[in-house]
Design a protein around this ligand. Structure first.
Ligand code: NAI
Length: 722
């Protein structure tokens, strides 16, 4: 039997300290910014559990993290690629479940003290504790993000969460991986109490003592047994018939959203359902079995790949070693207060960057300010920030029509109309006013940065920062460098992009860079099929069913048909017949339709901008007869056009790596994440098979589908991208 002591005892990640009769267990994984759960940590927990069960002087336990801003970020994902069989993955899940069952049954009650992200296995561990105290800090968030990796919670989450917060609230978290903040967590009964971070440990110790107190009444006050739910929810969830309705609706909603491409949410539903139908033991067994099965799916492998790839990109400064130090961006200048300029300013000020916005007149500036306020207002409505924080953040942005204040900018981002002459004019105007160390970035979506930089006195400080719309939602930033761009400028743009919360890929300069170029090849093919007689809805539906978030023609309406027309012009000048616009597209551009923003595109739009049916007059405009078009052909032609263009970008050195190409396509242009990206897709179909398909198509549509040299070469050598 171990002797209780007030001195700290430490194993690799756990240290324990006695506060009288309460054992405080601190989790602090050495050498890592966050705590993760691993078999090694499970072993350490087991030793603590033995001590607690054997030591009669320990009457309560508090679990707390030693990290300043994180509780437990989930299971250690590094172990996943090593899970080579469903059986092995199932065993790992069972081990985790056993550990938490053991925790739940400890002789002394366990109170968990949560500050920072409490995710996946971290939340499952918390659910096995008797009482949960969390901080009311914005960094404290709860989620079961397993489905985002193609998995399901595997440590009892599918069983304990519904029992704790009710079926509907639990499904909402399990099926989406959604983050829940402190207040909401308290509301749904996920935590028992919210406190200020400064008293977290103290309160947790106090609660552990109260729970052990012989005064049963006091203890029962502390632990809430039933979850506060509305009368309708309570009624629905209290009987198997009502729950049947909830499960059916959840299943339908999953299928509608995923088009059947993601098996994990359905597996999670099955595990939850098994728990309700046959009890906890059977529920846990089903959960472990399905966890094992999910870990072996291609979808999970691709999503785990994307997770690792994004992480490796986070550590990538954007230039080869040794990378120079990035310059801090304290003040930002933005040229153009339009759609993109205002979007960029809205995320910059939220990171505390003092921002100057320049446009040609005050009316346009005012419009820009109002767009920025709208972005922030959306966050107020979602209760992510307070009205007061909105007002504070708005004080960070100022407007000008004459470049005043631009001398102090560390970075200037240009987002004026897509017109080379205008881009030259503003660069020439602002450059002499800028600090000699400041970086100049264009947000152009197509024009080569080298062309824009032709008028610069210091082309070494010019690069592209290509944001996607809407800027505050889209995760990608494509940084474009020319042969003249200095590494100092690149690392500054990359570091600032990361600060803005973006996934940043660095690409070399060229018309359309990477994302616009591949997306255009894909959209252009859709235009060709429209010309050949395919209907608009049939094209869009085929690609949505394939896994894109919206179809290519809807996307063109969103981006703006006028914008698409300009892009096409630049790209067809650069790449000739391969990228030449279809007559159908040319006619719609000429007709002056702009898409959703103008209320009329390929589809009709309500006054509030919501999309209606296809505008049938489009067919008169483009001529020709509509005919049956096989969805398989639509998918094959659009997707192969895209992946072939991606391969060319790698071959030409526009892309630094296949990894960047995959992340860029998934996060920037909506390539289906469960396929991992264009290069992962080529690998899984087989390089030789892709070449064969391209050659077949190229016989019908020369020269658009001529396979990229790199593909032909790799097929000959039986090489793969990964
Ligand atoms: P926009 O038309 O909404 O805004 C352009 C703004 O530039 C207008 O407010 C205009 O008054 C202002 N402007 C014109 N001349 C100026 C000058 N001399 N000084 C300062 N401001 C001036 O256009 P949007 O959509 O914001 O596009 C801007 C740039 O971003 C373009 O290069 C476009 O290709 C690129 N881009 C657009 C995306 C989109 O989805 N709209 C996506 C990614 C890049």
């Amino acid at each position: 039997m171990s002797t209780p002591t007030s001195s700290t005892q430490r194993s690799a990640s756990l240290s324990t300290e006695l506060a009288d009769d309460v054992l405080v267990v601190t989790i602090d994984q050495p050498g890592s910014a966050v705590n993760t759960l691993s078999p090694a940590l499970a072993g350490e927990f087991e030793s603590v559990f033995i001590r607690v069960d054997e030591d009669p002087l320990i009457n309560g336990v508090v679990l707390i993290s030693g990290k300043p801003d994180g509780f437990i970020a989930g299971a250690d994902i590094d172990q996943f690629p090593q899970l080579k069989s469903a059986d092995k993955a199932e065993r790992i899940s069972k081990m985790g479940q056993d550990l938490l069952n053991r925790l739940q049954k400890l002789r002394a009650p366990v109170v968990v003290a949560i500050h920072g992200a409490c995710l996946g296995g971290g939340l499952e561990l918390s659910l096995a504790c008797r009482y949960r105290v969390a901080t009311d800090h914005p960094k404290t968030t709860f989620a079961l993000p397993e489905v985002q990796l193609g998995l399901i919670p595997g440590m009892g989450g599918t069983q304990r969460l519904p029992r704790q917060v009710g079926l509907q609230a639990a499904l909402d978290m399990i099926l989406t991986g959604r983050n829940v903040r402190g207040k909401k967590a308290l509301q749904i009964g996920l935590v028992n109490e919210l406190v200020h971070p400064s008293i977290l440990c103290e309160i947790a110790i106090d609660r552990a003592r109260s729970l052990t107190s012989r005064d049963k009444q006091q203890a029962s006050h502390l632990v809430r047994t039933s979850v506060p739910r509305g009368p309708v929810s309570a009624l629905l969830e209290s009987n198997s018939l009502g729950r049947g309705v909830v499960f059916k609706k959840a299943r339908e909603s999953v299928l509608e959203k995923t088009h059947g491409h993601f098996p994990a949410p359905l597996a999670a539903l099955e595990a939850v359902q098994a728990g309700y139908a046959h009890g906890m033991t059977q529920g846990l067994a089903t959960e472990a079995r399905l966890f094992g099965e999910m870990a072996m799916t291609d979808v999970s492998r691709q999503l785990v790949f994307l997770f690792f790839a994004s992480n490796s990109l986070k550590k990538d400064p954007g230039v080869p070693a040794p990378a120079p130090e990035a310059q801090k961006v304290l003040t930002l200048g933005v040229l153009g207060a339009g759609f993109m300029g205002a979007g960029i300013a809205s995320i910059a000020i939220q990171q505390g960057t003092s921002t100057r916005l320049k446009d040609t007149d005050t009316a346009r500036l005012a419009k820009g300010f109002s767009s920025i306020r709208n972005v922030l207002q959306e966050r107020v409505v979602r209760k992510q920030i307070t009205k007061r924080q909105l007002d504070d953040v708005m004080t960070l942005v100022g407007g000008t029509t004459n470049y005043s204040g631009f001398a102090s900018a560390d970075l200037v981002i240009e987002a004026v109309f897509e017109d080379l002459g205008l881009k030259h004019q503003v660069l020439a105007e602002v450059e002499p006013r800028m600090d000699t160390a400041a970086v100049y970035a264009s947000n152009t979506s197509t024009i080569p940065i080298g062309r824009i930089a032709e008028v610069a006195k210091h082309p070494e400080r010019v690069l592209g920062m290509h944001f996607f719309s809407p800027v505050h939602k889209m995760p990608l930033l494509e940084v474009i460098v020319t042969p003249k761009t200095a590494p100092e400028a690149t690392v500054t743009a990359v570091a600032y992009g990361k600060r803005l919360g973006k996934t940043v890929i660095v690409v070399n300069d060229g018309p359309g860079f990477y994302t616009t170029r591949t997306l255009s090849a894909y959209m252009n093919e859709a235009g060709r099929m429209l010309e050949e007689g395919a209907s608009i809805e049939v094209i869009d539906k085929a690609l949505v069913e394939f896994g894109f978030p919206v179809g290519p023609i809807t996307l063109l309406d969103e981006v703006g048909i006028d914008v698409g027309g300009k892009v096409q012009q630049v790209l067809s000048e650069a790449f000739g017949a391969r990228m030449a616009a279809s007559d159908a597209m040319r006619l719609v551009v000429l007709a002056g339709r702009t898409g959703r923003k103008g209320g009329k595109g390929f589809y009709l739009y309500d006054e509030d901008g919501s999309k209606g049916n296809v505008d049938q007059t489009i067919y008169e405009m483009i001529g020709g007869q509509r005919r049956e078009f096989p969805p398989d052909e639509i998918v094959q032609r659009c997707v192969l056009a895209l992946v072939n263009e991606a391969a060319r970008c790698l071959e030409e050195g526009i892309l630094r790596s296949a990894r960047d190409g995959d992340l860029g396509a998934v996060f920037g242009i909506g390539f289906p994440p469960f396929l991992g990206g264009p290069f992962r897709y080529i690998d899984s179909v087989g390089v030789a098979r892709v070449v064969e398909q391209l050659e077949e198509l190229n016989v019908r549509f020369p020269p658009r589908f001529a396979p990229a040299d790199i593909l032909v070469e790799m097929a000959g050598q039986r090489r793969t991208f990964y």
